[in-house]
Design a binder for this molecule. Structure first.
Ligand code: TYM
Length: 327
């Protein structure tokens, strides 16, 4: 049977890309599968330095948002990564099976390093090894993520196979689960993905944005000089991104939303899409606010989840220790 694992960095409230690329799938999978783990990746987020107080707050805000989106701690284990230290311990073992050039080739290393205009830390380089450990510590089989994580998942697959070759068949090789909206683009530049770290404030729609902010961001969305609404991600990435978002938040097909857009020019269509996003996230936004008021509840959810995750990881990690010769 499948074991589902996924995670999100605590960068505060998630954006539309996080939601449509991953979180929406997480919610569906917790209904369908009996063993599901979702983690707030606080260790990963240290690779982009933050004030401790900011990190602390972001962890709670991300947790409130995940819960508001419909993640139910009764149906999955929702926990904080750093509360299960075996993630880091396994990462060490897996790091000893991973070649440095393999990590140097990954685009995230190149990009994040360049964007910080510095030489890059060991943590940033070995980030994907920790990610492999997250997944393999539970012998997970399926990983619901957005397209930008596919290369990291391929590394996890390689590492699992490397381990199996050296120590005997042990880890299942985990596979990605992608949503139909596996890559939501920036509203300011449809050539790049929507991202939390985008310096352009109008590029990224946060799921807790106010209706006014949502309208503004869609109004300023970069499209092209054709006013008709069509779907052609290669030739018209900007408009097509809006169509994808519209279809995903309304649950309609691309064909159906195009039909609804007949006769509208892109300027009017942007407002239709903004309205659909506002509708979709209004209840979630209210729920986030409510949940944020009860910090101790959020902390307890993450701790309880960590207890259960630890129980699941303990026998697996014990076996890993034996396999490598620590025991
Ligand atoms: P993170 O926190 O950047 O993103 C969380 C999830 O959102 C997806 N995503 C997107 N999907 C579609 N369009 C976009 N524009 C977009 N932006 C983000 C991501 O693909 C991801 O699924 N390294 C991971 C966290 C992580 C993890 C793991 C994930 C750590 N360990 C183990 C899975 C398994 C990350 O930084 O995701």
């Amino acid at each position: 049977v499948d074991r589902i694992f996924s995670g999100i960095q605590p960068t505060g409230t998630p954006h539309l890309g996080n939601y449509l690329g991953a979180i929406q799938n997480w919610v569906n999978l917790q209904e369908k599968c009996s063993s599901v783990l979702y983690s707030i990746m606080d260790m990963h987020s240290l690779t982009m330095p933050k004030e401790p107080a900011v990190l602390r707050q972001n962890i709670l805000d991300t947790t409130a948002a995940i819960l508001a989106c419909g993640i139910d701690p009764k149906k999955c284990f929702l926990f904080r990564q750093s509360l299960v230290p075996e993630h880091a311990e396994l990462a060490w073992i897996l790091g000893c099976l991973t070649n440095v050039p393999r990590l140097l080739r990954l685009p995230q290393w190149k990009m994040k390093r360049a964007s910080q205009n510095r030489e890059g830390t060991v943590g940033l380089l070995t980030y994907p090894v920790l990610q492999a450990a997250d997944i393999l510590l539970y012998k997970s089989t399926r990983v619901p993520v957005g397209e930008d994580q596919v290369l990291h998942l391929e590394l996890a697959q390689d590492i699992a196979q490397q381990f199996n070759k050296k120590y005997g068949e042990f880890f299942p090789v985990p596979k990605a689960i992608l949503s139909t909206t596996k890559k939501i683009k920036s509203l300011r530049d449809p050539a790049v993905k929507m991202s939390k770290s985008d310096p352009q404030k109008l590029a990224t729609v946060n799921i807790a944005d106010s209706p006014d902010e949502i309208v503004l961001k869609f109004r300023k969305a970069v499209t092209d000089f054709t006013s008709e609404v069509t779907y052609d991600p290669t030739a018209r990435p900007g408009v097509s991104n809006l169509v994808s978002i519209h279809a995903a938040v309304t649950g309609l097909s691309i064909k159906e939303v195009l039909h609804q857009a007949t006769g509208l020019d892109t300027a009017h269509y942007k407002m239709v899409v903004a309205e659909s996003v506002i509708q979709k996230f209004a209840p979630i936004r209210n729920e986030i606010k409510k949940l944020q008021e009860d910090k101790s509840h959020l902390i307890k959810v993450l701790e309880d989840g960590a207890e259960k995750a630890k129980e699941l990881a303990a026998p697996i990690y014990q076996e890993i220790r034996r396999l490598v010769g620590f025991q």
